[in-house]
Design a protein around this ligand. Structure first.
Ligand SMILES: Cc1cc2nc3c(=O)[nH]c(=O)nc-3n(C[C@H](O)[C@H](O)[C@H](O)COP(=O)(O)OP(=O)(O)OC[C@H]3O[C@@H](n4cnc5c(N)ncnc54)[C@H](O)[C@@H]3O)c2cc1C
Length: 388
């Protein structure tokens, strides 16, 4: 839609890179991977890594390109705009997690590999805890200088394709200490003895797979612990703000991608003697969706800039939760409008509209459902009583 006048020179370069990437790996590439059952976009991922865009959140001394979080936002918005999405990109926030909370040895060991394209998965969700992370029961019990891990995670994106996993565990198994200090993060080898997984059947039309992962007496050395024992939640809260911004950017970009198809179709399609876009019912629906997309984009920009400024985690959290809510809702509304405008053609493979909607819809639920973003805003920003 050519309206990103606020882009810096670097961000224009990012947009040009993504455009060239899309000329090599466009929607056909993504769709072919999906129909062949592929679970990882290896070629595209490697090209992104080679160009330095997997190291955007990593300092140069650890092999990264040390760009701003606002640049990260632009990168993912542009990826979405070209319809290039997999949830593997959410792994990005683990760079941020290690940069913020990893010790020097961890940073030296892991960050250069992540910048070079190593893929890591992330596991917090459990079947009987769901959104209520305090109820997770995957335990890490200290045994000398090791931890023994037992439990189960679900919905883990790309687990089988990953080299490492960041795992959220409960170390205060008996629950004797403060609730917020019960959780600890570990870096786990994907092939560590005692780990098994099984793929889930999902309908996201994306080259990825989610897995149920089982941990049975998995032994992890303490040097794989990220941060202090019991500091897991605090570390996560900050890093998850970046996850929200990345998800908001991808959703927004995808919404714009489908929306642009709707606008083009509304100009071309003639059924009552004039283009359907000349009817106000169609035009106003599109104009309204357009406004919401642009406002949501501004909200996400504000969130990324707050992160770049080094604002405290609660302030960034306010903007990041607003942006996640605004972008995923605006994207869904715009996608739905684009589908409506296409009439029956919207469901055809040729138009490639319907295939994108399940992913946009999913982003209102995962990685955090929008009700929880509202709970955060109500409680932390408006000072209302905790509602759940
Ligand atoms: C495609 C996909 C990829 C995923 N990838 C990963 C991954 O890589 N790693 C990982 O750990 N997890 C992953 N997840 C899991 C995801 O984070 C969870 O699905 C999500 O957090 C919601 O948990 P749940 O599905 O158990 O929903 P539930 O907790 O059962 O909630 C169901 C619904 O209830 C409502 N609700 C719940 N609690 C509240 C409340 N307090 N207030 C108001 N409404 C509420 C919401 O509408 C919510 O959508 C993925 C999920 C999907 C679909």
């Amino acid at each position: 839609m050519g309206l990103d006048t606020e882009y810096t020179e670097t961000q224009r370069a990012i947009a040009r890179f993504v455009e060239s990437l899309a000329s090599r790996y466009g929607r056909k590439y993504i769709r072919d991977l999906v129909s062949s059952g592929a679970t990882f976009p290896h070629a595209m991922w490697n090209d992104i890594a080679q160009a330095g865009y997997l190291g955007m959140a990593i300092p140069e001394e650890f092999g990264g390109t040390a760009m701003s979080y606002d640049d990260v936002r632009v990168f993912f918005t542009e990826m979405g705009r070209h319809g290039l999405i997999t949830l593997h990109f959410v792994s990005y926030f683990m760079d941020c997690l290690l940069v913020g909370a990893g010790n020097q040895a961890m940073k030296e060991r892991y960050l250069p590999k992540l910048a070079a394209g190593e893929y890591w998965s992330f596991a917090i969700t459990e079947p009987s805890a769901g959104t209520n992370s305090f109820r997770i029961s995957t335990s890490a019990v200290r045994e000398g200088s090791n931890y023994r891990i037992n439990g189960q995670k679900v919905f883990i994106t790309g687990f089988a394709e990953s080299q490492k996993l960041v795992l959220v565990t409960k170390t205060d198994v008996k629950g004797t200490g403060p609730r917020k200090e019960a959780f600890t993060l570990f870096v786990i080898d994907r092939n560590a003895p005692g780990i098994t997984c099984t793929p889930m059947n999902m309908g996201t039309h994306s080259p990825e797979s989610q897995y149920i992962v089982f941990f049975e007496d998995v032994v992890v050395p303490e040097e794989n612990r990220i941060g202090a024992e019991g500091a897991g939640l605090e570390i996560l809260f900050n890093a998850l703000n970046l996850e929200r911004i990345v998800i908001a950017a991808l959703a927004l970009g995808l919404g714009e991608h489908v929306f642009a198809k709707g606008v083009a179709y509304a100009k071309d399609r003639v059924v009552f003697g004039e283009a359907i876009g000349s009817h106000q019912a169609v035009q106003h629906m599109l104009a309204r969706a357009f406004v919401k997309l642009r406002l949501a984009n501004l909200a996400n920009r504000e969130a990324a800039i707050a992160f770049d400024r080094g604002n405290d985690s609660r302030t960034v959290g306010m903007y990041a939760n607003m942006a996640k809510l605004a972008c995923t809702e605006a994207a869904f509304e715009a996608g739905d409008a684009a589908f409506q405008v296409h009439g029956g053609a919207g469901i055809t493979d040729e138009c490639d509209v319907a295939a994108i909607l399940p992913m946009i819809r999913t982003l209102r639920v995962a990685p955090i459902n929008n009700e929880m973003t509202l709970n955060y805003l109500g409680e932390k920003c408006l000072g209302l009583p905790k509602s759940y």
